[in-house]
Write a protein that binds this ligand. Sequence first.
Ligand SMILES: NC(=O)c1ccc[n+]([C@@H]2O[C@H](COP(=O)([O-])OP(=O)(O)OC[C@H]3O[C@@H](n4cnc5c(N)ncnc54)[C@H](OP(=O)(O)O)[C@@H]3O)[C@@H](O)[C@H]2O)c1
Length: 322
Amino acid sequence: MLAAAYSQRGSADEVLAVREVPDPVVGPGEVRVRIHTSGVNPTDWKSRSAGAPIEDYLIPNQDGAGIIDQVGAGVDPARLGQRVWVFHAAWQRTNGTAAQFTALPAGQAVPLPDTIGFDQGAGLGIPYITAHGCLYGDGPIDGLTVLVAAGAGAVGHAAIELAVFGGARVIATVSSQEKAQIARAAGAHVVVNYRDCDAAAQIAAAAPGGVDRIIEVALGANLELDLAVLKPHGVIVTYANEPTDPTIPVRTLMFANTTLRFVIVYLFTGQQIASALDAISAALAAGQLSSLPTLNFDLGDIAAAHRAVESGFTGKVLVHVE
Ligand SMILES: NC(=O)c1ccc[n+]([C@@H]2O[C@H](COP(=O)([O-])OP(=O)(O)OC[C@H]3O[C@@H](n4cnc5c(N)ncnc54)[C@H](OP(=O)(O)O)[C@@H]3O)[C@@H](O)[C@H]2O)c1
């Protein structure tokens, strides 16, 4: 099959190339998916650029969408021909989604409703599963007020939509008018520019009793703001690291009984993944999830697609295989 692949870690232009590689072999309990669209996330360029030496080659990209064309032993043959979105395709495996086919455990190929296109499906995996784990790590959110930093980021956008679907009131922060529109379109009830000098006052005005949970992309940069608007017994959930680790004001957090939670989607429990998939499927079926603006590439332009994510494109970068 044709695939984008790299044999050494490094910059996209230096190491990524499209070439012929062996078709992935479907093992017991696995399915093979003919990829229509591959979604690119920051994790894809980060793992391409640095890490352990590579034995042979790796095909990048965790997320994608397509059609099941082979099933392994123990998988219901009725799944042949099923439209699916896939997640964690390249996690500790060779065959990511930037290829004509990928093979992966059947549970990582999730039915895609007929009403949802492959492009939207390819944007679900990492952002929505991460967002769900952030939102629900401390119990239900119905009736709570959730502050979502990075309201136009892929995870932030997913967090807004899943929080609204879960019955929360959502305040989102962004850094521009364009990003504010994206956050509002996702359903955020209030949007604040975190660069405004009175950002904390704007959030406090929207949530006079404080916010219950904060889904945080930049803990160090936003900690002062977060602590100014978080209720006692509130939760800050961080899913991204920054170039420098923040200093934590322990006494302040202690006397507010604040919970600081950190998440890494690759190591979610089976229960966390199952509950995320249930919520995402329900929200999709209810028509409550939308796509970010997209930037589209062909498989041959894989290096440009990785570069676009690396440079912080606002929206979803997609690679079209078919
Ligand atoms: N732990 C995990 O499991 C996990 C899962 C998914 C992603 N991640 C990581 O999370 C990060 C974001 O991923 P993504 O896919 O959502 O990226 P993305 O689509 O590029 O979004 C990042 C967003 O963060 C915003 N931002 C940056 N600094 C901010 C600040 N101080 N306050 C508020 N917003 C800020 C950016 O907008 P402005 O700069 O305009 O504010 C941008 O909208 C990446 O580092 C990724 O590797 C981790």
